[in-house]
Unconditional design. Structure first.
Length: 151
């Protein structure tokens, strides 16, 4: 399979508008959470602090885990906002949320008021929907697909 066919498969998307609010809202949320981990923005602890916390809960090496999670969230969120590589990005973000639920939130029950997993579960639902449907009509994926498919 050549590179064009691979890109066509990854960028093929439903031409619906329904993915636009999912992409934008999830993208903002993921980008902000990633910025907390990477840059200590929005009240976050940055790589050093997040890495120490991750080490303390058994996700070692903490610094590397913080870098991976923060990068997936920050850059993945930006990719969702513009709708570029929506399907692979959504997959990576869904896996990141599964890890967060099982390593941090599961034992606290469902509700966010107890640091539970309901928020992570909602983000898994959003990223799964985007994984299935793609970036939608107003996405870089849609533009790329149309240009490559017309050749």
């Amino acid at each position: 399979m050549n590179i064009t066919n691979s890109i066509l498969k990854m960028t093929k998307t439903e031409q619906s508008l329904s993915t636009l609010p999912l992409r934008l809202i999830a993208g903002i949320i993921f980008t902000a959470h990633g910025a907390q981990k990477l840059f200590a923005w929005f009240g976050g602890y940055g790589l050093e602090g997040t890495g120490q916390w991750m080490d303390s809960i058994g996700l070692s090496p903490g610094f590397i885990m913080a870098l991976l999670a923060g990068s997936a969230e920050f850059f993945g969120g930006l990719l969702l906002i513009i709708g570029f590589l929506t399907r692979p990005t959504s997959f990576v973000l869904a896996i990141t949320m599964v890890v967060a639920i099982f390593s941090v939130h599961l034992n606290n029950g469902l509700f966010m008021s107890n640091n539970g997993y309901e928020f992570g579960l909602a983000l898994i639902a959003i990223t799964t929907a985007l994984l299935i449907q793609g970036g939608g009509r107003y996405s870089v994926d849609s533009i790329l697909f149309q240009k490559l498919a017309s050749k």
